[in-house]
Structure formats: C-alpha cells, structure tokens
Design a protein around this ligand. Sequence first.
Ligand SMILES: NC(=O)c1ccc[n+]([C@@H]2O[C@H](COP(=O)([O-])OP(=O)(O)OC[C@H]3O[C@@H](n4cnc5c(N)ncnc54)[C@H](OP(=O)(O)O)[C@@H]3O)[C@@H](O)[C@H]2O)c1
Length: 300
Amino acid sequence: MTKQIDLGGSFTPTGTSIGLKRMGYGAMQLAGPQVWGPPRDTDAAIAVLREAVAAGINHIDTSDFYGPHVTNQIIKRALHPYPEGLVIVTKVGGRRGEDKSWVRAISRKELTDAVHDNLRNLGLDALDIVNYRVMGSGHGPEEGSIAKQVTVLAELQRQGLVRHIGLSNVTAAQVAEAQAITDIVCVQNLYNIANRQEDGLVDDLAHRGIAYVPFFPLGGFSPLQSSALDAAAAALQATPMQVALAWLLQRSPNILLIPGTSSVEHLRENLRAATLQLPSEMVAGLDSIGGDTAATNGNV
Ligand SMILES: NC(=O)c1ccc[n+]([C@@H]2O[C@H](COP(=O)([O-])OP(=O)(O)OC[C@H]3O[C@@H](n4cnc5c(N)ncnc54)[C@H](OP(=O)(O)O)[C@@H]3O)[C@@H](O)[C@H]2O)c1
C-alpha cells in the first residue's frame, strides 16, 4: 500500500471551500514527446496518476491541449470515477496546430467548446477550476485586456459548467481586471528558485488569499542546475530537485506545487520534498540562485 506523507499542509483560496494540498501533480509530462500524442507507455502514465492519488494528492493540473486531449483521456482512464475531494484544474485559451504549435483560441465559441471538450474528455459534469491561459509570444506574460475571455468563463460558471476560475501567464494588471469580473482563485505563472521575477505578485496574491501555482517548478524543459542547490541537497541528504521544491513550499503559504513527471520514482521523490526543513541560513544561500548566472532555468 502507498504510504501517505504530509504533503506540506493545505491552502484554501478565499471564497472557496476547497482545501488543496500544497503538493499536487502536473500532468503535462504524461503526453508524448513535445506534449504531443500518446506517451510511450500508457500503463506507466496510469500508474503515476494512481500513485499520486494513493499518496494523498488532491490537486491535479492538466489541459486538453496536452496531447491534445491525450492527457485528459489518460486521467479519466486512470482515476474515473474520481475520488471524493480530488480537484482537477484545467486550462482553456489555446489549442494545438497541426504542426504541434500552441495557438490562441479565445473567441466565445472556442472557449465554450474548450470547456465542453474538457468536460467530455475528463468525464465530468462540472470543472472544479478552469484557468484562462493567456497565449502570448512565448516570452512570459504580456499586457492587454482579458476582460472578454474572463466574462465568457464567468458566464459558463453561472451555467454551472465551471466552479472556480483561475488565470495563467498573466500580469498583475490582468489579475486585477479579471477580479473585477469574477473571483479569481489561483494564478499559474512561471516561477522557480532560479526565476524570481514574480516575487511581488506571489506576495500580493498571498495577501488576497489567491493561490500561486508555479509552472516549471523544476525548470521545465531545462531542468534546474545550480551549485548552491547541489550543496544544500548534499547537506540535507536530499536531491537538488527536492530542495528546489522545498524552497518553493517555504517561500509562501499560498504557493501550491504541481511538479510534472512521467515516473513513479520521481513522483515519490518529489512528494518527500514536503518533509524537508530548510534552515534559515540555507534559505539565504538558496535565495541568491535567482541572481546566479550559473543557474539555468526553463523558459516557456
Ligand atoms: N500554465 C502553463 O502555461 C503551464 C506551462 C507548463 C507547465 N504547466 C503545468 O505545470 C506542470 C509542471 O511543469 P512541467 O512538468 O513542465 O515542468 P517541471 O515540473 O518543472 O519539470 C518536469 C521535468 O522534470 C523532470 N523531473 C520531475 N521530477 C524529477 C525528479 N525528482 N528528478 C529529476 N527530474 C525530475 C521530469 O522528467 P521525468 O518525467 O523523467 O520525471 C520533467 O522532464 C506541468 O506538468 C503542467 O501541468 C503549465
């Protein structure tokens, strides 16, 4: 039987009754190479999802544009009927081109169809949380109104198809604009120990009871590498990836983790990061990684 460990406590976004364990799981790695098509080993992907839930994870991040559709279909195959309390968070706002590109899909019809596609592929009557993912030029969040798209999602929420709304790849101004339309429960942007441009946003959202869910917590397509991480890991008899996750958990109570992996072994390793205590002098050393040119990190 899978051993359940403390997953870093939980966080309940203001205005909701959802207690999200701070250690969750990101399902993007379950599609094939370049997040396209089926994985090499679908049974292994199913095993990762079942292990995640057996270990106590109640927050799975996904999207119908992973595969496309493949990741959601694997989640349904592995976990449906879903256990009580499991929160599946998905994203709309994009689709995949035939050439595997990531394309904006933001008209009323495209957003509505995307919600229905997610419902069908996941086998749900309502989606727990839908993030409006702003597709930009690929260099991080860009300013520009998102009011029309958020209004469409708020209408789908009133129809009962969406329970809560979040945002992804957004600026602070876009969060404020969306909040004037509906309650925003989470923001999913690029952030990790080596990529700290959003420190201010993390703190601001913490004050407002909004979850901050960093994507690429381990560096994404370019895994984190840093001598400071290596040294901290050696001192704690842990791995650098575990230290990177523990640093995020310690950074702010509203940070929820969704590290992605296609391996049960890496999943277990990542979950154990929630049991690591980083001494304050170690955190001070790790804090310097953000400005350390030796560190590399993933970019969208
Ligand atoms: N909103 C957005 O725009 C957006 C963008 C990207 C991702 N996301 C979400 O965020 C989640 C996390 O991002 P991500 O999966 O791209 O990147 P990540 O979690 O930073 O890193 C995943 C990579 O790290 C490897 N890995 C995982 N655990 C490891 C360990 N313990 N030791 C060594 N390597 C390890 C994985 O390979 P293995 O499979 O071999 O473990 C994979 O290559 C995604 O799954 C997705 O749900 C959202």
